[in-house]
Write a protein that binds this ligand. Structure first.
Ligand SMILES: NC(=O)c1ccc[n+]([C@@H]2O[C@H](COP(=O)([O-])OP(=O)(O)OC[C@H]3O[C@@H](n4cnc5c(N)ncnc54)[C@H](O)[C@@H]3O)[C@@H](O)[C@H]2O)c1
Length: 196
């Protein structure tokens, strides 16, 4: 049997986190997963381990990771596309500095696996629309897309420089019914039900 896994989820109260947390409970056991966010969770997440944690506050973040001896981190905290356009500098700050804090912590505390979602927002209007290749013209036009493209390169750099096992998928628009929309381009689909 492998080493016992202890999992940290950052940004767990959002659309992805609400679903992912329950999936990780099922895989690793509720007692081995700690969901964190700057926002209190609602619904089923209140039944598991939850702590308030701000990924931008490096010292408390590092202390929390050290104390809990995590083996995996799922880093979901970000400003999404539509909100990012309203406050581009803050979107850059959260999306980049938050990620780099997590990657640095992963090196310092020898975290086995880091997961950080990217987005199809890394592509832009000049990207081939049919059968879009993995490696192609990207040219993102939103701050969110630019931050996701740069984030992918940061992850690749930590892998090549330090051998960190950090993985990512480029998701399309994802929505969930367990938390309110977080400011992405597909929010309207959930807003229709919540506001009308
Ligand atoms: N939803 C999508 O369609 C989609 C598509 C592609 C990629 N992604 C990526 O998946 C991840 C999660 O997206 P989501 O839709 O769940 O977003 P969301 O906005 O619903 O959730 C993000 C969560 O991060 C939290 N957060 C914000 N600042 C924080 C901080 N400083 N410290 C800790 N937590 C903080 C928020 O309170 C929120 O609960 C993001 O990285 C996003 O870019 C989402």
């Amino acid at each position: 049997m492998g080493k016992k896994q202890k999992i940290l989820i950052i940004g767990a109260s959002g659309q992805l986190g609400a679903e992912l947390t329950q999936g990780l409970w099922n895989l690793y056991g509720k007692e081995n997963v700690i969901a964190t966010d700057i926002k209190e969770p609602n619904g089923i997440l209140t039944t598991g381990n939850f702590e308030i944690l701000d990924v931008l506050k490096q010292k408390p973040l590092f202390e929390f990771i050290r104390k809990n001896e995590f083996t995996q981190i799922y880093h979901l905290a970000a400003i999404l596309s539509a909100t990012g356009e309203k406050n581009p500098k803050f979107a850059w700050h959260l999306n980049m500095d938050g990620l780099v804090h997590v990657l640095d912590a992963a090196i310092e505390f020898k975290i086995e696996k880091v997961y950080w979602p990217s987005s199809i927002a890394v592509f832009g209007p000049t990207t081939p629309k049919e059968n879009t290749p993995q490696d192609t013209i990207m040219d993102p036009t939103t701050i969110y897309g630019i931050s996701k493209q740069a984030g992918e390169r940061w992850c690749a750099w930590y892998h090549s420089k330090y051998g960190l096992d950090v993985r990512s998928l480029r998701y399309p628009g994802l929505i969930g019914y367990k938390s309110k929309p977080g400011g992405g381009t597909t929010d309207y689909a959930v807003d229709i039900f919540l506001k009308h």
